[in-house]
Design a protein around this ligand. Structure first.
Ligand SMILES: Cc1cc2nc3c(=O)[nH]c(=O)nc-3n(C[C@H](O)[C@H](O)[C@H](O)COP(=O)(O)O)c2cc1C
Length: 193
């Protein structure tokens, strides 16, 4: 009983550490992440809670050619919105990100269903990022301007009438993990009798 309890407590502590320790990371090593690991992470991601089991997500795993096109699109979109030097800078940073994955959510005319489907997709992304984190792979969920640009949808072959991008997830082995903080629990919790 004692040993079983200790083992369970240890597992819980490790789970808490994993969730707490996952960090949004911008700087990655060049080392590639195996396709098998990403497919395993997608397999786990889809076990997110999902009202009505709509399975509203789709995962786009970008290969080298598509990444190169997305980098060029980043340059174009940022140059249009800012200027050429910022466009070049953003494209250079994007080119250094070794892994690119895009998660879309199906669109619905029903407001509640749309909200619930989006929530499930967010849970799925968190599952995916935690699984990768456990494997030593860091990630960054991004919703920058290219993720809302029709040209990005065209590049991925996503029908923007039927689905929208929930996140572009960059992933790779981290150069370093940043520090983060959160507010105190009593600031965010209300206990009712
Ligand atoms: C829906 C969503 C969109 C995000 N979009 C961006 C983004 O466009 N650019 C960015 O730098 N970080 C983005 N992030 C990451 C957050 O900035 C990050 O989670 C936050 O700084 C907390 O850091 P942590 O993930 O290490 O706890 C996004 C996160 C979420 C959940």
């Amino acid at each position: 009983m004692g040993a079983t309890h200790d083992a369970a407590t240890h597992k819980l502590r490790l789970l808490g550490e994993r969730i707490r320790g996952r960090r949004t990371t911008k700087l990655f090593l060049k080392q590639k992440v195996s396709r098998k690991l990403i497919l395993d992470a997608i397999e786990v991601a889809r076990w997110a809670p999902n009202h009505h089991l709509t399975e509203p997500w789709h995962f786009y795993l970008l290969g080298e050619k598509t990444i190169a096109r997305a980098v060029e699109l980043t340059r174009v979109v940022v140059t249009e919105r800012k200027d050429a030097s910022i466009g070049d800078f953003k494209a250079r940073s994007a080119a250094e990100r070794p892994g690119w994955l895009v998660v879309t959510c199906r669109k619905s005319d029903d407001e509640l269903l749309q909200q619930e489907d989006y929530a499930s997709c967010c849970c799925a992304i968190q599952n995916l990022m935690l699984y990768l984190s456990e494997a030593g792979v860091a990630s960054k969920w991004a919703t920058g301007p290219i993720t809302r640009d029709q040209r990005f949808y065209d590049l991925l072959g996503v029908n923007s009438q039927a689905a929208f991008v929930v996140g572009l997830v960059w992933y790779g082995y981290p150069k370093m993990l940043p520090q983060q903080t959160r507010r105190a629990i009593d600031e965010i919790t209300t206990e009712l009798e």
